[in-house]
Design a protein around this ligand. Structure first.
Ligand SMILES: [Zn+2]
Ligand SMILES: [Zn+2]
Length: 269
């Protein structure tokens, strides 16, 4: 997910208001290729490869309880960039409302030391996961890696700022430092609102939306922004135009009826 930014660096509150009131943009999903099982760095645990598949490919495993009865979310943040508890609670509520995991959803949170890079490529982010991730799928429990980083995405441009990316079947990154730069001032959304929006949007891709592993029940993929919904009010819309300042927004966008129907047809609630 990305948000456009003003060319003149947002020095004045006016330009910031303009920025936040005009566009709210979501970017595409991951650019990480699948890991090769012959990778010599990973020979001691074959199970890691079940968690290094394409984004959306485990949608049915996550949505249904056919194979996996419970979920564990390994939530790791760079020291100083912990997400709000409100956003974590909102994420668990979002999951509880959409997926069948009768044996529960558990969040295991921990910090790692700052790496201190100014920018990270998605390959850098994947490498951090390879180093730090401790929990992988077991027979009945599916594992998710949620990483909150310092620094910026190397995809940030003068026009767009990347706030999060889903890059494997059970992995996503949130650019927490960027979120903090764009939240909690008087003309900006609250941090927990922005965090929740980005987390839920990225996880929507992991759930196979839109047309990304969860088959569409009706035609609603945005023809100009692949794997996004063409309903403007939907969580999975690539951009939400707003006539009012985001600072006045107080709810996280929801999935529209067509995205919900897709998830239900693929084993979800
Ligand atoms: Zn997206
Ligand atoms: Zn939708």
């Amino acid at each position: 997910m990305a948000i456009p930014r003003n060319n003149n660096k947002m020095h004045s509150p006016i330009s910031k208001l303009k920025l936040l009131s005009i566009f709210f943009v979501f970017l595409f999903v991951g650019s990480c290729t699948k890991d090769d099982p012959s990778d010599p760095n990973d020979t001691n645990n074959i199970n890691v490869f079940n968690n290094r598949q394409g984004t959306g490919s485990s949608a049915n495993d996550i949505l249904s309880d056919d194979t996996f009865k419970s979920m564990v979310i390994e939530l790791v943040y760079v020291e100083g960039y912990e997400p709000t508890q409100t956003a974590i609670n909102n994420f668990v509520s979002f999951l509880t409302n959409r997926i069948y995991k009768p044996s529960g959803i558990t969040v295991l949170k921990r910090a790692i030391a700052k790496l201190g890079q100014e920018t990270y490529s998605i390959e850098d982010i994947a490498e951090i996961e390879r180093e730090e991730r401790e929990i992988y799928n077991t027979n009945s429990k599916i594992a998710i890696w949620a990483y909150f980083t310092d620094g910026k995405s190397d995809k940030d441009t003068a026009e767009n700022v990347v706030l999060g990316t889903a890059y494997w079947n059970t992995s996503f990154v949130i650019y927490e430092e960027t979120i903090r730069d764009l939240s909690n001032s008087s003309l900006e959304p609250s941090r927990s609102l922005l965090e929740s929006t980005v987390i839920n949007h990225e996880f929507g891709h992991i759930l196979g939306l839109t047309n990304l592993g969860t088959p569409m029940q009706t035609e609603h993929e945005d023809t100009e922004h692949e794997h996004h919904c063409n309903v403007e009010s939907c969580l999975m819309y690539w951009a939400t135009e707003s006539k009012v300042s985001l600072g006045n927004m107080n709810t996280v966008p929801q999935l529209d009826a067509q995205c919900l129907a897709d998830l239900q047809a693929n084993g979800g609630k």
